[in-house]
Design a protein around this ligand. Structure first.
Ligand code: IVH
Length: 680
């Protein structure tokens, strides 16, 4: 997907378009980050897009819809492990990027909410912000019974078997006063040393290395085979309680001390301060210390220490008001830009990539960096031979930040945009309103390679064994040109591969055969229609029920589906209008690829029940509530009437609540609603 950080300076409908575009971008990057563990942009860039959306929504409140990524706690699951609904939602934190923001977004706000004077002092617990992945552990009568990932904040994946392999984590709590129930949250991470070793081993085996320790930790924890997890030395630090029975903590300090006393790993670098000045000083100290730590931290977290003040302050849908994440500025290094390489993606977009003289940034050797698009090259005046500043923000994909123009000696070369595709020689066009250059060749090899890879990938058709290397050989032997050709392959074709055994060939054929009966949403996602990610594919499958219906859907029908705006709808229509695409789909049908049609969820536990949500919801976002209800066959409607079965009311509910009372409709609080969903 196209990444644009350019601010849209026009007003009115321009803002509306940009908001829609930001929804799409953020959703896409959420998916890349949370579900696929393969982010395409840095955290800093993500934060910038997020901030741009927040500020547009503030400026134009009418554009702040319930389905905005600003209202979400995360993204839905891919669904391979069984799922676990968290007893309390796992929230995320608002970010601050400098001292002033720390004071304004935490201390000033806290005092205002609590009605304290400006010169009063609040005690804060300061903690390193571990750069790993959040996990919840449940100890019942002191025994570890369930461990789950954060997932979308409401429901995560059951990774109990894998978590049990963490050596530093007690399977039973010890010491005095162990609570009957203790839900505890923390961050699972890999040490830098372990990360480097894993990558060395992967490279020796010809596997692509992990981009950073966080991805390596996520990849290790989400292994279906826990024996692999056991070989990866994952660690964990606990930092927050969930539900607790049989013990009452009065403060974060007491929680951390008790957790440590019961044998849970707690970061020894936490510090209790009695004034915000102490928290700001801690942020600076940690920034220095960061370079010497054996693991990655990407900031500090500051929390109001007292639990009674925390509950008085409460939380908004995305984050609590009593804590803030103080992010460190990204790490940078200088190096030589040796060349600009062109990379052609699945949709034909040509992206310039910087080839750099290898440089080490925080333990990771960087030799490539993204340049995003040609506008970026022009705006930043980047030339081959330049000394450039490279950044690993959030330590994901490195980016070229700027040129050090003073280092130029006159031998640098500007890079003109290509007129022809570097791979197939087809003409390159720049589509109106887009910054991207696109190769229009329908048989462009990298496009075919990427579409095959995407088609076979986990979230799509999930064809086991059809990875990068197999795709490469299929292409170089000229055995496939389209995704349909995959289904015409036979054993003899595979046996032409280098290093292909009888068993492997049979497995591949079985996997291909098995994928013929995939679900409709996976098939739609696998087609690689621009702007159609997993979530949109699910909505489309639900709404249209079959591929045949989707192929002939009109603009009106498409835009009436939840989450689908004009851009996505147009992209779908354009896709199905293309005769090449229609031909590929019809060939697949002939070859027996018949995605299962879906009926709209009927017969669920909440079948036909109408829900209305009102007031300020603090336990979950409306978007998630809707998903939960719809998954069980219920409907969410906007206004209360005689047909309404349940009203779920958050704080400050107004007219709808009154009307519900008048009509005698059942009214639930947020807790009761969650209980209702949990009932067997
Ligand atoms: S507290 C409601 N403490 O940061 C507060 N989070 O950006 C829950 N994280 O999802 C989080 N170190 O994965 C907390 N010491 C720490 C943390 C920490 C890392 C992560 C956590 C969370 C994310 C929020």
């Amino acid at each position: 997907m196209q990444l644009s950080l350019l601010e849209n300076t026009d007003f009115g409908s321009c803002a509306e378009n940009r908001v829609k575009e930001l929804h799409l971008l953020l959703e896409h990057h959420n998916q890349c980050y949370y579900q696929r563990d393969s982010p395409e942009i840095t955290d800093a860039e993500y934060d910038e897009l997020f901030r741009e959306l927040t500020s547009l929504e503030r400026q134009y409140p009418g554009l702040a819809t319930a389905d905005s990524p600003t209202q979400r706690v995360g993204v839905a699951l891919v669904g391979r492990f069984s799922s676990v609904t968290h007893g309390l939602p796992m929230l995320s934190l608002e970010n601050a990027f400098n001292d002033d923001e720390i004071r304004a977004k935490l201390d000033v706000r806290v005092k205002k909410e609590l009605g304290l004077s400006d010169d009063s002092a609040v005690s804060y617990m300061c903690e390193p912000k571990m750069d790993g992945l959040a996990v919840e552990l449940i100890y019942e009568q002191g025994t570890l019974t369930v461990a789950s990932t954060r997932g979308d904040g409401i429901t995560g994946e059951d990774v109990t078997q894998n978590i049990r392999t963490l050596r530093g984590l007690p399977l039973r709590l010890s010491g005095d006063g162990v609570p009957a129930l203790l839900e505890v949250r923390g961050e699972v991470f890999l040490s830098l040393e372990a990360f480097q070793k894993i990558n060395r081993d992967r490279e020796d085996n010809g596997d692509p290395p992990f981009a950073n320790p966080r991805n390596a930790a996520a990849g290790s924890l989400r292994q279906l085979d826990s024996r692999i997890t056991a070989r990866r030395p994952l660690s964990m630090f606990c930092y927050a309680p969930g539900r607790v029975e049989g013990f009452q903590f009065s403060s974060q300090d007491e929680f951390l001390t008790s957790a440590a006393a019961w044998g849970l790993p707690v970061n020894p670098l936490t510090r209790l301060v009695n004034h915000i000045d102490g928290a700001v000083a801690y942020y600076h100290e940690m920034q220095e210390l960061r370079e010497t730590l054996p693991y990655e931290i990407d900031g500090t977290v500051i929390k109001v220490d007292s639990f009674s003040l925390q509950s008085e302050l409460g939380e908004k849908s995305r984050s609590p008001l009593w804590a803030i994440a103080c992010k460190f500025p990204p790490r940078q290094a200088e190096t030589l830009l040796e060349d600009v390489i062109l990379s052609v993606g699945r949709t034909g977009v040509i992206t310039p990539v910087a080839k750099l003289r290898a440089v080490e940034i925080s333990g990771v050797t960087v030799s490539r960096a993204t340049l995003h698009n040609w506008d970026e090259l022009t705006v930043k005046d980047i030339r081959i031979g330049d000394t450039v500043v490279v950044e690993r923000a959030g330590d994901v994909i490195p980016a070229v930040v700027r040129v050090i123009a003073e280092r130029r000696n006159g031998s640098e070369r500007a890079v003109p945009p290509p007129l022809h595709c570097p791979d197939c020689g087809s003409v390159v066009v720049r589509i109106a309103d887009e910054v991207a250059l696109r190769c229009m060749g329908i048989s462009c090899p990298p496009q075919i390679r990427e579409s095959l890879r995407h088609f076979a990938s986990r979230g799509a058709m999930d064809i086991e064994g059809l990875g990068e290397k197999v795709v490469e050989q299929l292409l170089s032997l000229g055995l496939v040109r389209t995704i349909a050709d995959l289904y015409a392959l036979n054993k003899a074709d595979f046996m032409r591969f280098e290093r292909m055994g009888d068993k492997l060939a049979s497995n591949l054929l079985t996997a291909l055969e098995g994928s013929k009966k995939c679900t409709l949403d996976r098939f739609i996602f696998a087609l690689g229609i621009r702007h159609v990610g997993e979530r949109t594919a699910k909505s489309l499958a639900q709404a249209f029920g079959s591929l045949e219906n989707l192929e002939i859907a009109t603009m009106e029908e498409l835009t009436s589906v939840r989450d689908i705006g004009a851009t996505v709808a147009q992209s779908i229509i354009t896709f199905f209008m293309n005769p090449d695409n229609r031909m590929v789909i019809s060939q697949m049908r002939t070859l027996g690829v018949l995605p299962a049609a879906v009926a709209k969820t009927v017969g669920g536990r909440l079948n036909g029940k109408n829900f209305v949500f009102t007031g300020t919801l603090t336990r979950f976002s409306r978007d998630y509530a809707r998903k939960l209800v719809e998954d069980l066959g219920g409907n969410v409607v906007g206004s209360v009437s005689r047909k309404t079965d349940y009203v779920v009311s958050g704080g400050d509910a107004g007219g709808k609540l009154i009307k519900a009372r008048d009509l005698g409709v059942t009214i639930f609080g947020e807790e009761e609603f969650l209980e209702l969903l949990k009932e067997p």
